[in-house]
Design a protein around this ligand. Structure first.
Ligand code: KIV
Length: 293
């Protein structure tokens, strides 16, 4: 586990063109994306120097307590995007288009993407390959930058039969390469590759000129993304193979709240320094002289 965070990257706001230009094969440092869902999370991500914040639909699972990502709405994502944006973070703010917000019609898709931009997103992300091209082209045409997302796409959990690694056969691997090329051609400025074998992520990364951002896709992508609660160990019920925990925030939080509870119960909290007191003359007038302030 690495203990020293790199804060070398973004001291000024990160832009879509700057992200689009970041290919490792052209000499760029790998990019860092982390999810965040509120203002404190955005401030932490920004001060840590990450390149992009994703207001992901993982919100459903790590914040709102659902079992999958299918339950969140455009309004939910907009609400949390606005909270992130209020922190005015330096990283690029990318917001997830949730399930069914880009599946019904092109018009609906553009309107939903616009809701997220008005909430503070600087780009939107959507899941899927070639079949999403008309939607992607329409959003890009409305001047909204789009990040693609292929491989293990959590919004397809039922169609995939669970959260399963994708692209394991040669046909499936080539389909991912073709999907990535189609996304690039449609105007995506970057592509998330989730839950695919390292070798397939490498093939895809080599096949496109836009950066790939991996999660469970090995080290050969142009960047990596992880969920905030996984990185910090706030979510400790699951430990996916691809997650590295850099802190044990759930454990230290439980310990801290338990210590607070013990102090309240033993009357060790609040102490004199944590309480307000009357001025001595007022206390005296009230007959409280010598009350121990
Ligand atoms: O919603 C999310 O957090 C994501 C990442 C896992 C890429 O889509």
């Amino acid at each position: 586990m690495s203990s020293t965070p790199s804060t070398s990257s973004s001291a000024t706001p990160v832009t879509v063109p700057a992200v689009r230009a970041r290919k490792v094969r052209d000499g760029s440092e790998p990019m860092v994306m982390v999810t965040a869902y509120d203002a404190p999370g955005a401030r932490i991500a920004s001060e840590a120097g990450v390149d992009m914040i994703l207001v992901g639909d993982s919100l459903a699972m790590v914040v709102l307590g659902y079992d999958d990502t299918l339950q969140v709405t455009v309004d939910d994502i907009a609400h949390h995007t606005a909270a992130v944006a209020r922190a005015k973070p330096d990283p690029l703010i990318v917001a997830d288009l949730p399930w069914l917000s880009y599946h019904v019609s092109v018009e609906d898709t553009v309107r939903n993407a616009a809701v997220l931009v008005r909430a503070g997103a600087e780009a939107v992300k959507l899941e899927g390959g070639t079949k999403r091209i008309p939607m992607i082209e329409a959003i890009v045409d409305a001047e909204i930058p789009v990040m693609g997302h292929i491989g293990l796409t959590p919004q397809s959990v039922h169609a995939m039969g669970g959260f399963k690694v994708q692209g394991k056969s040669s046909d499936a691997a080539m389909q991912l390469v073709n999907d990535a090329k189609a996304l690039q051609h449609a105007g995506c400025f970057a592509i998330v590759l989730e839950g695919v074998p390292t070798e397939v992520a490498k093939l895809v990364t080599e096949a496109v000129d836009v950066p790939t951002i991996g999660i469970g896709a090995g080290p050969d992508c142009d960047g990596q993304v992880l969920v905030y609660h996984d990185v910090l160990g706030i979510e400790d019920r699951m430990a996916p193979k691809f997650v590295r925990r850099y802190a044990e925030v759930k454990k230290s939080s439980v310990e801290a709240i338990a210590a607070y509870a013990a102090d309240v119960r033993t009357k060790a909290f609040p102490g004199p320094d944590e309480s307000y007191h009357l001025a001595a003359d007022v206390a005296e007038t009230l007959g409280l002289y010598g009350s121990g302030q």
